[in-house]
Design a protein around this ligand. Structure first.
Ligand SMILES: [Cu+2]
Length: 116
């Protein structure tokens, strides 16, 4: 009888760590996915202020802050816009948040919105 009780105890102790291990794995897998998603949604946005808009040429001049994705320090410069309709939502003097990419050798604004 004594022997049976201790055998049950041993098997209970052995299965408990296995369950705990499985829970820990699920937990870390869940958390590993979260930072990557957050970085993708906000990492490439840069701050800027609209200085000039040339809708016919599809260009705008921005005084911008650091653009990490392009490794560019703050400056005032001319950007192309990927789509002239991007210029409809902004006006000279607006503070904006935008994303830019180098496309065919030209710095190109790919999205832009008035800063909240
Ligand atoms: Cu620049």
């Amino acid at each position: 009888m004594n022997h049976l009780v201790s055998a049950l105890l041993v098997s209970a102790l052995m299965s408990a760590p296995a369950l705990a291990q499985q829970k820990a794995d699920d937990h870390s897998a869940h958390h590993a996915a979260t930072p990557a998603t957050a970085a993708a949604s906000s990492g490439d946005m840069a701050d800027g202020e609209v200085r000039k808009i040339d809708k016919d040429a599809g260009k705008l001049t921005l005084k911008h802050g650091e653009i990490k994705s392009l490794d560019m320090p703050p400056m005032t410069m001319v950007f192309r816009v990927r789509d002239a309709r991007l210029l409809d939502g902004v006006a000279v003097g607006d503070r904006v948040r935008f994303t830019a990419e180098k496309i065919d050798g030209n710095y190109t604004v790919t999205s832009i919105a008035k800063a909240p």
